[in-house]
Every structure is written in C-alpha cells, then in structure tokens.
Design a protein around this ligand. Structure first.
Ligand code: EPU
Length: 417
C-alpha cells in the first residue's frame, strides 16, 4: 500500500503536459477486439486502469505489444471465455468487453463491472440496448450470460445520456445487421473518439458528439491506427492546481474546448486565462468570486471535476453552491476537507461551501479517484504537510502525477506503508 505526502504552500510554475485520456483509452482497447486484423493505438496513459483492462485482453488470449504509450492489439485469435468476477470488478470499463464480445461472437459471459464507489451505477441502459439489438440477457448472482441468434439494428432511446451505455450500444450496433439509432446519446469527446476509431476500422457511424448517433452495421472490421485524445479531466485538475497556487502554470497538449465549462467558471471567479490552441496558462489570484456549479453531461460541467473544484471553492470569498446531478455518492471528500479547515455543509445532492477558509495539513484518505485528486489540490495550499492514504485510487487515473507536480515546484512524494 502507498500513501502520499504533500507539503503545502509551494508555488507551481512551468509546464505540465497532459497524457492520453483514461476514459477514452479504456474504451478504445476493448473496441479493438472487434477488428479482424491488428490495430495500433498511441498516446495510451501509463495508469493502473490500463493495466487492468490489458489483463482482460491477455486473459482472452489477444496478442498485445505495449511499449511506452503505444499498443498493438491482435485479437484475431482470442477465445471467447467467461470473464471472471475478480477481473471484471477491477474497473467500470470492463463492461466494454461485454459489448465487444457480444458484437463479435453473439455471446458473452461476464460479471457486473467495478469502478469507484460513487453511486449505484446500474447498467440497465446497456442491457436494454443489448435486448433491443436482439440479445437475450440472463442474470444470476451478478453473472450475465448474454446471447443472440442474430443481432439486428434497432432504435434505442437512452433514459439518460450514459457514456457507458452509448459506447456499449455502438460496439454491438456496428456488428448488427441494418441500421441502429441511439437517441439521447452521450456527447462526451470520448464517444467521438470511439466512433472515429470504429469508422477507421470500416464501421459506418454518423452523429457521434450529438444526441443522435446512427450506425449502419457491417460484417467485418479491419486494422487501423488511432491516437488517444488528451485527458480533459487531468487537464482540468492541473488547471485548478494552477488556480490555487500557480504562478504562470501552463497546461499543454490539451484541447481547451473540452473543458470550457470549467474555464467559464474560472472566468466567473475572476481568473484571467491565456487560452491557446492546445494550452492554457493560469496564475493564482486574490479575491475570487464564489460561484454556483451544477454537474451535467458534456458539454456541461463534468462530474469528474466536481470534487477537484471543491478544493478551489473553499478559497472563494463567500458562499458557493455545487449540485451533483450524476452520482448519488460523490461527496466523500467533504468530511476530509472540513477536517482540513473548510466550512462545507452537505444538503442532499448539493453542497454549500462557505469561503474563504485557510486549510491545514492533516491525515486524509483518497476515498475514490477524483476525491483523491481533490485532497491533493487541497494539500497543495494547506499549511504544513498532508498525508493521503489509499492513494492507489489516484494512480488508477493520473499518469505520473507525482513527477508532473514535482516538475513544476510541488513538494510531493509517494511512500510505501
Ligand atoms: N446510469 C444508469 N443506468 C445505466 C447507465 C448509467 O442509471 O445503464 C446512470 C449512472 O448511475 C449515473 C449516470 O447514469 O448516475 C451516468 O453514468 P454513465 O453511464 O454516463 O457513466 P459511466 O459510463 O459509468 C463514465 C466515466 C466516469 C464519468 C461518467 C460521466 C468511464 C470508464 N467512466 O462513467 O468516469 O464520471 O462517464 O461522465 O468512462 C472517473 O473517471 O472518475 C469516472 C467516474
């Protein structure tokens, strides 16, 4: 087990380079098994969620070559066998194999996926899409056996614009006979990246990035090359670090349009930002205005940046309100922020942050990935040293976070316990 030690109060200046997006890479890798030929993917982040997704590829017998951020995947000879519970529960994205295997073999057996404990996270919309496309779903003790005699295009209306359900529906629909439409589809950049990848393999998908995606099924998908898009949540997290304690901190190799909801809120608080084609530069300011934030699907304010920005809201002058509309249980960071000196009240799915309050170093826990990012951000401005346990949650999703923050001036280290 590891813990992180952060000594607060050190200015951050210089440049942080953003890695490939976790939530794009964990979808592209399972999608690759739909191809009958080898595919190549670059800009893959070196994080433990990628190791977990690769474990499934290896378990199925895919031939995988990985060097640095590059992977070549040959899934032409894989064996479609049951994916056991101890592997499927390692991450949420394991269920992209449910759809990829169903699309490829018309049969899949696997368990309920894992992921951060931030809400119930049902998979009903994914299962509904599978059934509409002609599959039969049998669930017994958390194990799903999904079979189809024939996969046939259908009209799928998602009750909410779920990222996972949209990707899963696309992965089956590309191999279903005829035309599928997905209405109320998620519009996140990660959806566009999966659709572009599948189209490069020979799929026929239009409308990705809008609420209606149309897919015309094809029989074969061929080899191709793609690059993982920059991680907008990683970029947003470091931008918040710069807002807290930056002195001309530049976040580069990112797509500013992907985090406009965040940059708009920073502007509302009073931050001047230098936004270029693929970078943003920010410095800390005094007298930040409080704001009202509501999480929404893209292009709204990302729930994955909700916990990180809470650290910054503790430093605004006055009352900020933050509403979480996506997950029921994404406030586990709040007791720890309060322990460090924040004044935050939880009121159902809303929090009220009374700022500005000085923060003091303390012993806290990363209860989940983005809660851990929030604790690191708070620790960067706290007086004294903060120890963060269960830091493995953060290492699942942020590549080289210690090295990246150290390189711009943070006093931060990992230690074995
Ligand atoms: N939902 C349902 N039924 C479904 C699917 C979703 O009720 O069948 C609900 C969920 O319970 C949740 C909401 O819809 O309340 C959104 O869920 P969604 O399916 O969109 O989320 P996801 O695909 O499981 C991905 C990211 C999350 C990110 C969300 C929202 C991956 C692997 N995960 O999750 O990332 O929060 O989209 O943008 O792509 C993270 O990186 O920290 C993370 C949690």
């Amino acid at each position: 087990m590891k813990q992180m030690k952060v000594e607060g109060g050190h200015k951050l200046s210089g440049t942080i380079t953003i890695s490939g997006a976790k939530n794009s890479a964990v979808a592209l890798i399972p999608a690759s098994i739909l191809s009958d030929e080898p595919v190549k993917i670059s800009n893959i982040p070196n994080i433990s969620d990628i190791d977990a997704i690769n474990e499934i590829l290896n378990y199925l017998g895919a031939k995988v070559t990985r060097s640095e951020d590059y992977m070549e995947i040959d899934a032409s000879q894989i064996e479609n066998k049951e994916i056991p519970q101890n592997i499927s529960t390692k991450l949420r994205a394991s269920y992209y194999f449910m759809s990829a295997l169903l699309g490829k073999y018309k049969k899949v057996e696997m368990y309920f996926p894992g992921g951060c404990s931030i809400g119930a996270r049902p998979i009903d919309q994914t299962l509904k899409a599978f059934e509409l496309l002609g599959a039969k779903v049998v669930e017994e003790d958390n194990k799903y056996t999904i079979t189809a005699e024939k996969l046939k295009g259908a009209n799928i209306y998602l009750d909410m614009p779920s990222v996972g359900a949209t990707v899963n529906a696309m992965l089956v629909a590309v191999k279903s006979e005829g035309i599928t439409t997905i209405d109320n589809a998620a519009k996140e950049p990660e959806i566009v990246s999966v659709a572009t990848f599948l189209n490069q393999m020979g799929a026929r998908i239009t409308g990705a990035g809008t609420s209606t995606i149309k897919i015309t099924g094809v029989e074969h998908l061929h080899g191709c090359f793609t690059e993982v898009i920059p991680d907008r949540i990683e970029a947003g997290t470091y931008l918040i670090a710069g807002a807290l304690i930056g002195d001309q901190l530049t976040i580069q190799n990112m797509i500013p349009a992907h985090i406009e909801a965040l940059t708009n809120k920073l502007s509302e608080m009073g931050y001047p930002l230098t936004i270029k084609r693929d970078s943003i530069t920010i410095s800390a300011i005094d007298n930040k205005k409080p704001v009202h934030i509501k999480t929404l699907g893209y292009p709204g304010f990302a729930t994955d940046l909700q916990q990180p920005i809470t650290a910054l809201l503790t430093q605004c002058d006055g009352k900020s309100i933050l509403e979480e509309t996506i997950y029921e249980n994404r406030f586990k960071n709040i007791p720890y922020l309060n322990q460090m000196g924040a004044d935050i009240v939880i009121d159902g799915q809303k929090i009220v942050i009374n700022g500005k309050t000085p923060l003091k170093g303390s012993s806290v826990t990363a209860t989940d990935l983005r809660a851990g990012a929030c604790m690191i951000l708070a620790a960067l401005i706290a007086e004294g040293t903060t120890t963060i346990t269960a830091i493995e949650h953060v290492l699942r999703g942020y590549e080289n976070i210690v090295e990246k923050l150290k390189s711009v001036g943070a006093k931060i280290d990992l230690e074995e316990i």
